[in-house]
Design a protein around this ligand. Structure first.
Ligand code: HEM
Length: 455
């Protein structure tokens, strides 16, 4: 990589015929597109993210790693994107991945450290053993809801709600609030822009209300721990970091579970190795994070100066997309398979990022996904796809790589007998109790609104 100073020339117009990242995801995924781009352009290619919006896509493993680890050359702050600076792109609430927010993910340098430290400190206080039991309880509750039917959609009925219910518990709230947050998050990331706008506002109300509650009566939970951190974040800032934890944690965990179940259902060799304990669930997750990345592409980094990467002349303010999926298909690091069928050295995947923004919740994410996959494996006997896997539809997104639904069949079973309520592993002031709806509690009012819609 070589750098040079900007000469201030205007941005290049979008050349006709650039490969598109928008539009429906082909049901076979985009693997052949990555290979084609690499063949034609080398490790970095220009693509169209939206009609008329040109960005660089990093295809090489080493180029991705270099950009992630060079914060002095590449910013995470979307306001530095030349398309935004020059008014050609309007980042709006309905483009969550591209809109700037006052949270750690969109901050650089000292501001990033100030906002990230309370997140890292709060996550380090999570009792992993108690949380693993809670994840299993939530997973079992979700399975109980469909086990008698002998059929289910493993995305809508399991992989999608599980992470958000867990995160909601880590905020010290009863499950009802988690179902509300899950509904809102689904609409935010759905394809109805009008409803998404409203859901964004309601989600902000959830986190502002959560922080107001925890300020009044702190508990043993992520929000309370961030509030008491020495960096002294305001309530508004804590609400934004709490929202970041949900936004950053939900979808990748959902699709890690979904893609892992898809691999188990469709790859006979992997299924056999897992079934006879030659392949642990954790090794299986690493294999999937190499071969079927829950995020194929991550937006974005913005060049702080002119720089040459591979054969691309990147200009100050250009956007570069992190290509996780293309990086893992890079022939420079292409791996062989072990006797179990897993990719050898799969732990070198880039799926949790690298550099200053690397995921601070790797262990938690692995534990949630491993617990979820094990619960399905243990409880659903005779699990099989309910439709031809080649007909499965993918999430229509340039970023997410996952299934919109994963219909399965299995031998019908019985829900677990309801256990007596156990001691709450998250003894927050109000956890496990009926939500409060008083006028001094905006979170309770939001919950009352949501419940009224479901009646
Ligand atoms: C399989 C699941 C997950 C994957 C693959 C994943 C991946 C990532 C990646 C790639 C980044 C870096 C983004 C960038 O460099 O721009 C990131 C950041 C982050 N992740 Fe995760 N993540 C997962 C689960 C979670 C969970 C469960 C949580 C929270 C409990 C979480 C919280 C965060 C936060 C707060 C950041 C921002 C860090 C910063 O900007 O300093 N992630 N994650």
């Amino acid at each position: 990589m070589t750098t040079r100073s900007s000469d201030g020339e205007p941005a290049c117009p979008v050349p006709a015929g650039l490969p598109r990242l928008y539009g429906p995801t082909p049901d076979t995924g985009r693997d052949s597109l990555w290979d084609e781009l690499r063949e034609r352009h080398g490790p970095v290619a220009a693509v169209e993210l939206e009609p008329g919006v040109r960005v660089w896509l990093l295809l090489g493993y080493h180029e991705n790693l270099t950009v992630l680890q060079s914060p002095h050359l590449f910013s995470r702050d979307t306001r530095r994107w030349r398309e935004v600076v020059e008014g050609r792109v309007e980042p709006s609430a309905t483009r969550p991945a591209l809109s700037w927010r006052p949270n750690a993910l969109y901050a650089d340098d000292a501001e990033h450290t100030r906002l990230r430290a309370p997140i890292v400190a709060a996550l380090s206080r999570v009792d992993m053993a108690a949380t693993a039991r809670e994840v299993r309880r939530i997973a079992d509750d979700l399975i109980d809801a469909f086990i008698a039917d002998g059929e289910a959609d493993l995305i809508g009925g399991f992989a999608d709600p599980l992470p958000v219910l867990v995160l909601n518990r880590l905020y010290g709230l009863p499950d009802g609030y988690g179902h509300m947050l899950g509904d809102l998050t689904r609409v935010v990331f759905g394809d109805d822009a009008r409803r998404a706008g409203e859901a964004v506002v309601r989600t902000q109300q959830y986190f502002a209300g959560l922080v107001a509650r925890k300020r009044r009566s702190p508990g043993n939970d992520l929000a309370s721990w961030m509030l008491e951190h020495a960096n002294g974040l305001t309530d508004h800032e804590v609400a934004h970091q709490a929202a970041l934890i949900n936004n950053a944690g939900h979808q990748p965990t959902t699709h890690l579970i979904g893609n892992t179940m898809h691999t188990l259902l469709t790859d006979e060799r992997i299924r056999a190795a897992h079934a006879d304990a030659r392949l642990s669930v954790r090794e299986l997750l690493d294999h999937v994070m190499w071969t079927d990345t829950p995020f194929q592409v991550l937006p974005a980094r913005f060049a702080l100066q002119d720089v040459r990467i591979g054969n691309a002349e990147v200009r100050t303010g250009d956007a570069l997309l992190i290509g996780f999926d293309p990086a893992h298909r890079d022939p420079a690091v292409r791996r062989g398979r072990e006797e179990t069928g897993v990719v050898s050295g799969a732990r070198a995947h880039l799926m949790f990022g690298a550099g200053p923004h690397a995921c601070p919740a790797r262990e938690l994410a692995r534990m949630i996904a491993a617990t979820g996959v094990s619960a399905l494996h243990e409880r659903l006997a005779g699990l099989r796809p309910a439709m031809d896997p080649v007909l499965l539809r993918r999430v229509p997104s340039p970023f997410v790589r996952g299934l919109a639904a994963l219909p399965v069949e299995f031998t019908p079973g019985a829900p677990r007998p309801r256990p007596a309520p156990a001691a709450d592993p998250f003894p927050a002031a109000d956890s496990g109790q009926e939500p409060r709806t008083g006028s001094d509690d905006p979170l309770g009012r939001l919950f009352a609104w949501w419940r009224s819609l479901r009646r």
